[in-house]
Design a protein around this ligand. Structure first.
Ligand SMILES: NC(=O)c1ccc[n+]([C@@H]2O[C@H](COP(=O)([O-])OP(=O)(O)OC[C@H]3O[C@@H](n4cnc5c(N)ncnc54)[C@H](OP(=O)(O)O)[C@@H]3O)[C@@H](O)[C@H]2O)c1
Length: 167
């Protein structure tokens, strides 16, 4: 299972339920990586999507404690335990944790890798990703060249978790 996120210089990921910015080549890269796979996301993150709809071409698993929540085209699970049951027997290479902050925080320890888009800017944020650079288990193993789009400078960084736990 891998984590995918876009962070600013402070590892901020969102503000008031929205992404910090939209960089179309980053969103394209996200689509290329995840298409055909399974994405795991929190209820607040899906509510920020256009029309609050699941991502097409992917199996969407939404975490919510609300037993009444029904989202067309998505599976809703109500705990990490239930998620574990649903993921049992699935090809973990094509499973991606895509946020938001609370979901990254709870599932980080089970991820064996992460693709982090580092945006070289500081935004106002209220949602953050744990700083992988400060965690012993996590090592950055690859860093792309720096790209620029509409004034945003960013890099794609690949991290591995040397000691992932079993979900
Ligand atoms: N930059 C990026 O790459 C990126 C990616 C994704 C999201 N984001 C941003 O992150 C922010 C949202 O993060 P967030 O932490 O506020 O919200 P979130 O993680 O998207 O969703 C939180 C909700 O998920 C459900 N949940 C979480 N843990 C659960 C568990 N163990 N069992 C059952 N349900 C659980 C709960 O839903 P209920 O309240 O329904 O029970 C909880 O309120 C937004 O600003 C978004 O744009 C950024």
């Amino acid at each position: 299972m891998k984590m995918i996120a876009a962070v600013d210089r402070n590892w901020g990921i969102g503000y008031k339920g929205e992404l910090l910015t939209r960089i179309s080549s980053d969103l394209k890269n996200f689509k290329t990586l995840t298409i055909g796979g399974t994405v795991i996301l929190g209820r607040k993150t899906i509510e920020g999507f256009p029309g609050a709809r699941p991502l097409p071409g992917r199996k969407n698993i939404v975490l919510s404690r609300n037993k009444e929540l029904d989202i067309e085209g998505a599976m809703v699970v109500h705990s990490i335990e239930e998620l574990k049951e649903v993921l049992a027997g699935q090809e973990s290479d094509k499973v991606f944790v895509i946020g938001g902050a609370s979901v990254y925080e709870q599932l980080l320890q089970y991820c064996d890798g992460a693709v982090i888009t580092k945006i070289d800017e500081e935004f106002i944020a209220d949602a953050y990703l744990p700083v992988l650079d400060d965690m012993d288990r996590w090592k950055m193993v690859d860093e792309s060249e720096e790209y620029e789009e509409k004034g945003h400078r960013f890099k794609f960084c690949t991290y591995v978790n040397n000691n992932p736990e079993n979900l």
